[in-house]
Write a protein that binds this ligand. Sequence first.
Ligand SMILES: Cc1cc2nc3c(=O)[nH]c(=O)nc-3n(C[C@H](O)[C@H](O)[C@H](O)COP(=O)(O)OP(=O)(O)OC[C@H]3O[C@@H](n4cnc5c(N)ncnc54)[C@H](O)[C@@H]3O)c2cc1C
Length: 170
Amino acid sequence: MFYEADVVVPDVSRDPVVVELVKMTPPERLFDYKLVFRDPLPTFISPLARTALIGDAAHPFLPTSIQGASQAMEDGVVLAACLDRAGKGKVQEAVRVWERIRYERVHKIQQTGITTREQWHKADWDAIWKDPESMHLKREAWILDFDAEADAYASYDSVREKQAEESRDS
Ligand SMILES: Cc1cc2nc3c(=O)[nH]c(=O)nc-3n(C[C@H](O)[C@H](O)[C@H](O)COP(=O)(O)OP(=O)(O)OC[C@H]3O[C@@H](n4cnc5c(N)ncnc54)[C@H](O)[C@@H]3O)c2cc1C
């Protein structure tokens, strides 16, 4: 759906550069790009752990998380590490451990997109003009300074043992 340029100029933008940029953009180049919230999937893997969803197919991120591509890559790196650590003939074990390693982290990061979105969309602009840094994107160390590959190798055995215990108990 296309919008008229004057509809798109946000009231909240007092930065004249932003306002002029939007006004100068030809209307046919502006489009309504829906941001869709998705509840977390209950699982990323098929019942027999032969198929896994990774990246946006498993966990679409709001742009305000700025982590969709990064987490898609972490998925791939961790899956490769799990397959390597499991060895040949243990693909299902590797896929189950992979999901357990990824599931909580990825959803915690997905949540940051919602938090930041709320912060930006419900901004108190008077307060922000007084303290512009309050608007800055938070660069969380637990997200950015994390070695997903090293963590996968380090945690593989304990996660696999925990899963084995759980399936014995159930
Ligand atoms: C405007 C914008 C800005 C972004 N900025 C950032 C950012 O700063 N940092 C960040 O980390 N992430 C960012 N992202 C998110 C990031 O782009 C995605 O999270 C990432 O691309 C997901 O990767 P993916 O491989 O899971 O999916 P995709 O990149 O969507 O890849 C899926 C591929 O599958 C193909 N495909 C679909 N259906 C079929 C089919 N039936 N058969 C064959 N192929 C098919 C598609 O054509 C596509 O090439 C941004 C996204 C957008 C839209």
